[in-house]
Design a protein around this ligand. Structure first.
Ligand code: AHR
Length: 498
């Protein structure tokens, strides 16, 4: 017999504000992530605004994308921004991703237009690997200075007189690997120069600098970067430290399939994804040593599932399908970030469209929303909400030697004043009957949406795009408790109302 599963919400003990930027996106020049996924060109038959597809923008607006990281990834450390501005674009090789020609048609001004259309902040990753401090500094000057300045005037000639707002600048990407295979100390001395000279001239938008941090559990970069942190919010200090961790269920090269997997692979992937909690704790503990006031954010700017590429596609394009398992995986990670809201103040899932654990897949004029997209939409009320602790009697889901919590829960008070509760049933075979008590207020109704599927490896296709889609849910009330049945491998978000 299964243990009884219950959750108690205690709204008398509010925690940190859940930064809406933990629902951020990452968009790299990789496969069809930008070209076709975002950019179709002004002359395309696909409806677009200045070359940017309208259907994708509308879908991203519906999930209130707070921030987009661009142009990479590994691509960023080989990107030379001047090739992507003005009337004459200069193509380059995309050496990291399929060895294809990057036309540079989508450059700085197009990205800023896209971010503005979506309503998202810009997170620009500058080239520390093959670029120079001067090149990066001029890029920021191009984007943020006024038209009186020489480079700002160039931007105005390219059609945008108003300085752009750059909320975040990434000082390199994975400098321990594709970004230059730098030792931690070498990186720190490079990074300090970028932090010093890559300036923001637009006073209307404060800019945060994000240093390269750890890959998974390796603490060498965390130690080196944080040791060099002096606590000044000017000059050559940083405001954020990046963490990258992908769920692969076995490391690289990846071996897990995105679809057509069994329960063992389902359990392996969820076990692997839950390691995120330990990683956040490990790196936060080091950050606490050097920054006890938690001024520096931990920024999980690459996370998500990475599987074997869709058969028949270029493996360098990292295209993969997205199943109900990925919906569960995304809820678990978002819950972890929210629980560490005092330190994790941004996260960017990899990647936004057509690449890895995408929100959206496109095929020429067609577009579909993935199960992961639906979780991001259901979680909109958690954006900027105040964390509320829960006491969870989670039960256990086991497969072979793997033991996982059967249920995960997240509660928060939304900016509309309502209390929101997310419940995830990890068990892929058995529904869970859960009762929810609240300590200090009487719940009269609990309604929301649930995302479940006939099988845990169900996914949406262009022929059947609604196979996995949220449905309304209303919980029963009994003795002042909310009683709800969670379908196998499902995610449910409800508003608890007095
Ligand atoms: O997201 C794909 C790649 O994964 C990124 O370019 C890189 O930063 C990471 O290794």
């Amino acid at each position: 017999a299964q243990e009884r599963v219950s959750v108690t919400v205690d709204a008398t003990q509010p925690g940190a504000k859940i930064d809406r930027r933990i629902f951020g996106q990452f968009a790299e020049h990789l496969g069809s992530g930008i070209y076709e996924g975002v950019w179709v060109g002004k002359d395309s038959a696909i409806p677009n605004t200045r070359g940017i597809r309208n259907d994708v923008v509308a879908a991203l607006k519906a999930i209130k994308v707070p921030v987009v990281r661009w142009p990479g990834g590994c691509f960023a450390d080989e990107y030379h921004w001047r090739r992507g501005i003005g009337p004459e674009r200069k193509p380059m090789m995309n050496a990291n991703w399929g060895g294809v020609i990057e036309p540079n048609t989508f450059g700085t001004d197009e990205f800023m237009d896209f971010a503005t259309q979506v309503g998202a902040e810009a997170y620009i990753s500058v080239n520390v690997g093959s670029g120079t401090v001067g090149e990066a500094a001029e890029w920021l000057e191009y984007m943020t200075s006024s038209t009186q300045d020489g480079i700002g005037a160039e931007r105005a000639r390219n059609g945008h007189a108003e300085p752009y707002k750059v909320a975040f600048v990434g000082l390199g990407n994975e400098s321990w690997d594709c970004g230059g295979a730098m030792t931690p100390d070498f990186y720190v001395s490079q990074m300090k120069m970028y932090a010093r000279f890559v300036r923001n001239y637009n006073k209307a938008q404060p800019m945060q600098r994000i240093a390269v941090g750890p890959s998974g559990p390796d603490t060498a970069y965390t130690e080196a970067v944080m040791k060099s942190y002096k606590g000044r919010s000017w000059a050559w200090d940083i405001e954020g430290l990046s963490l990258h961790y992908y769920t692969t269920g076995g490391g690289f090269p990846v071996s897990q399939k995105a679809t057509g997997f069994g329960e063992k692979e389902y359990a392996v992937i969820l076990q692997d994804t839950l390691k995120m909690d330990e990683l956040v704790k490990t790196h936060s503990a080091i950050m606490d040593k050097y920054d006890p006031e938690k001024k520096v954010s931990l920024v999980v700017d690459e996370w998500g599932a990475w599987y074997v590429a869709t058969p028949g596609t270029d493996p360098g394009f990292l295209m993969q399908q997205n199943t109900q398992r990925d919906a569960v995986l995304s809820a678990l990670n978002l819950n972890i970030f929210a629980r560490h809201a005092d330190r994790v103040r941004m996260a960017n899932i990899a990647q936004m469209v057509n690449v890895l654990q995408a929100m959206i897949l496109t095929d020429k004029e067609k577009m579909l929303l993935t199960p992961t997209y639906h979780v991001f939409r259901m979680y909109v009320p958690f954006q900027g909400a105040t964390f509320i602790p829960v006491t969870l009697n989670a039960g256990t889901y086991s497969f072979g030697d793997i033991r996982l919590p059967r249920v995960d829960a997240l509660a928060a008070r939304g900016s509309d004043g309502k209390i929101y509760l997310s419940l995830t049933n990890l068990d892929p075979k058995t529904p869970v009957d859960i009762d929810v008590a609240s300590l200090n207020f009487k719940v009269r109704t609990a309604t929301g949406e649930t995302l479940s599927a006939a099988t845990f490896d169900a996914y949406n296709t262009f022929a059947a795009p609604q196979t996995v889609a949220p449905k309304p849910v209303t919980a029963k009330m009994k003795d002042g408790k909310v009683m709800v049945r969670l379908s196998p491998a499902s995610v449910t978000v409800m508003a608890l109302q007095p």
